[in-house]
Write a protein that binds this ligand. Structure first.
Ligand code: KG4
Ligand code: ZN
Length: 388
């Protein structure tokens, strides 16, 4: 079956179509299209994501991104809708009551086309920025109502978990042997999640304050390097020497599996404040030292979790999983200490937010009949936790 997915949890507007078949233990996927439109340039001016700006951009982008995703998947959108009843128009106006601009584009560009050849619609409903999430949810609800297709609510983090098996255009769920341990690292999350099987998640450790991606972003800001911090810090880190600056590794020796990154960020702030002047080389040294401290903690806590839970697969997901030092360190240390464990690192192009991972996770829910009975009651859940 074909799943169309919509993702708007943060500053990426994304739509994708995947062909999916099989049960949860042996699902086969084929990506037919995967379109992502990034708003980075808009938010960079403000030094971080501004929720209401994100919402406005999603409103503008959703219709063109949807049409591109359908076109790329070779799903016909040329055929015209035969009957355009007043009832349908009113329905659209009601669901998109608060998204006036999106409503305008919907009535103009989506309503006139005949129902495309897809079977279900998946949408991210949390965690994320609520104003941003709502736009995608209301758009997906409208599509579901007008096209009469089931709506599948998807947890964004479940999407990042699935992204670890996405290899090129075709992939399947047999890549993961259970139990599996997931390290989810993004702008909003730093979590260790234990999976006994698909759709069975338990958070066994998480950050007590800042997410690691947030720490990358804040450190980049205080070093005047711009936004988003992750890619810039890692670039500068390759020019620096981590040994020139001493930074703490918060909670690295604590017996639990929790993290803390706000102290590390503050340590950088205080050290930078003490500098009379700061050369370009010194900035690179700070970037290298911060990156090393952050990734040391992530890898060390993952190893601690492995010792406790004995997973057969370890996987990474989320924007920070793009970090080369984290990937290399995790690979090397796992190889040395636990050579039998399989490590799954998402391909670089799937580390950031995308809708292909939402479609893939959505299918797993659909195959388990976890669809929405009453799509219209779906709500955005900014701080959604893992659900089983
Ligand atoms: O998953 P994601 O795209 O969005 C959220 O769900 O938050 O993650 C974005 C985060 C940002 O904080 C960004 O700075 C970080 O991922 N990031 C990186 C790298 N690329 C992106 N952090 C470290 N190294 C990178 N190469
Ligand atoms: Zn994300």
């Amino acid at each position: 079956m074909r799943i169309l997915a919509i993702e708007t949890s943060c500053d990426e507007t994304a739509a994708a179509v995947l062909e999916c078949q099989g049960g949860p233990t042996n699902t086969q996927y084929k990506i037919l299209s995967n379109i992502v439109s990034s708003q980075i340039k808009i938010h960079a001016q403000w030094g971080g994501v501004v929720p209401n700006l994100a919402r406005r951009e999603h409103e503008k982008n959703l219709v063109p991104i949807l049409l591109r995703a359908l076109k790329k998947a070779k799903i016909s959108i040329n055929e015209k809708r035969k009957v355009k009843s007043e009832k349908t128009r009113l329905k659209i106006q009601k669901i998109l009551e608060r998204e006036q601009e999106l409503q305008k584009y919907f009535l103009k560009k989506v309503l006139p086309i005949a129902t495309p050849d897809i079977n279900a619609i998946a949408v991210t409903f949390g965690p994320g920025l609520e104003p941003a999430l709502w736009t995608g949810i209301n758009f997906a609800k409208t599509l579901s109502a007008v096209w009469d297709k089931p709506l599948i609510p998807v947890n964004h983090l479940e999407g990042h978990i699935v992204s670890s098996i996405m290899r090129g255009r075709e992939f399947d769920t047999t890549e993961i042997s259970f139990p599996a341990l997931a390290l989810l690292v993004s702008g909003g999350h730093t979590e260790l999640v234990l999976m006994k099987k698909w759709l069975d998640y338990k958070t066994i450790g998480k950050t007590r304050d800042d997410a690691v991606g947030e720490a990358f972003d804040k450190v980049a800001k205080l070093l005047n390097l711009g936004y988003p911090g992750g890619p810039i810090i890692s670039k500068r880190a390759s020019l620096g020497n981590p040994k020139n600056i001493l930074l703490p590794r918060p909670m690295i020796n604590s017996a639990d599996l929790d993290f803390s990154f706000s102290g590390l960020k503050t340590a950088v702030l205080y050290a930078v404040r003490k500098e009379k002047s700061i050369s370009a080389q010194k900035i690179s040294d700070y970037a290298a030292s911060f990156q090393k401290a952050a990734t040391d903690v992530l890898v060390s806590k993952t190893l601690r979790a492995i010792k406790k839970y004995h997973p057969r697969t370890v996987l990474l997901g989320g924007g920070v999983s793009a970090n080369q030092e984290l990937r290399t360190k995790m690979r090397e240390q796992l190889k040395r200490a636990f050579p039998k464990i399989k490590l799954l690192l998402p391909e670089q192009k799937f580390t950031g937010d995308n809708a292909a991972m939402i479609a893939a996770a959505g299918y797993l829910r659909y195959a388990n009949r976890k669809i929405r009975k009453n799509p219209l009651s779906l709500k955005a859940e900014g701080s959604l936790k893992f659900m089983i």
